[in-house]
Design a protein around this ligand. Structure first.
Ligand SMILES: *[C@@H]1O[C@H](CO)[C@@H](O)[C@H](O)[C@H]1NC(C)=O
Ligand SMILES: *[C@@H]1O[C@H](CO)[C@@H](O)[C@H](O)[C@H]1NC(C)=O
Ligand SMILES: *[C@@H]1O[C@H](CO)[C@@H](O)[C@H](O)[C@H]1NC(C)=O
Length: 92
C-alpha cells in the first residue's frame, strides 16, 4: 500500500510493501519520497550490500521495518542520525 499525505497530491506518507516476494537490490528513487514517515518492507527478498543512506534520503522516517530480508554487510551507522525514528525493526 502507498499512502499519500493528501489525496490530490503525490507526496508519499508511507509505503508498505511487506510479504510480496520482492527481490533484488534496494529500490532506487527513495529521495523522491523525502517526506515519507513510514516504510515497511518486511518479509521480502531484498538483498545486496547496502540499503541507501536513509538518514539523507528519507530523514523524517518515524518507522522503518526491514525485517526478514537478505541484506548483507553492516547496518548503516548513520541510521543513528535519524532524529524522528522511533521504530526500527531489523530482525532476521
Ligand atoms: C512472507 O511472505 C510470503 C509471501 O511472499 C507469505 O506466504 C508468508 O506467509 C509471509 N510470512 C510472514 C511471516 O508474514
Ligand atoms: C551518512 O553517512 C554518509 C556516508 O558516510 C554521509 O555522506 C551522510 O552525510 C551521512 N548522513 C547524515 C545525516 O549524517
Ligand atoms: C550524524 O550527524 C552529525 C551532524 O550532522 C555528523 O557529524 C555525524 O558524522 C553523523 N554521523 C553519522 C554516522 O553519519
Amino acid at each position: 500500500a502507498v499512502e499519500c499525505w493528501f489525496a490530490d497530491e503525490n507526496m508519499v506518507l508511507s509505503l508498505h510493501l511487506g510479504n510480496l516476494g520482492l527481490q533484488g537490490a534496494f529500490p532506487q528513487g527513495l529521495q523522491d519520497c523525502a517526506s515519507m514517515t513510514g516504510m515497511g518492507l518486511s518479509n521480502n527478498s531484498f538483498s545486496g550490500p547496502n540499503p541507501p543512506d536513509f538518514s539523507r534520503q528519507v530523514p523524517y522516517l518515524t518507522s522503518l521495518d526491514l525485517s526478514y530480508n537478505s541484506f548483507s554487510r553492516s547496518i548503516p551507522q548513520n541510521i543513528s542520525n535519524m532524529t524522528y525514528l522511533n521504530l526500527l525493526n531489523l530482525q532476521h
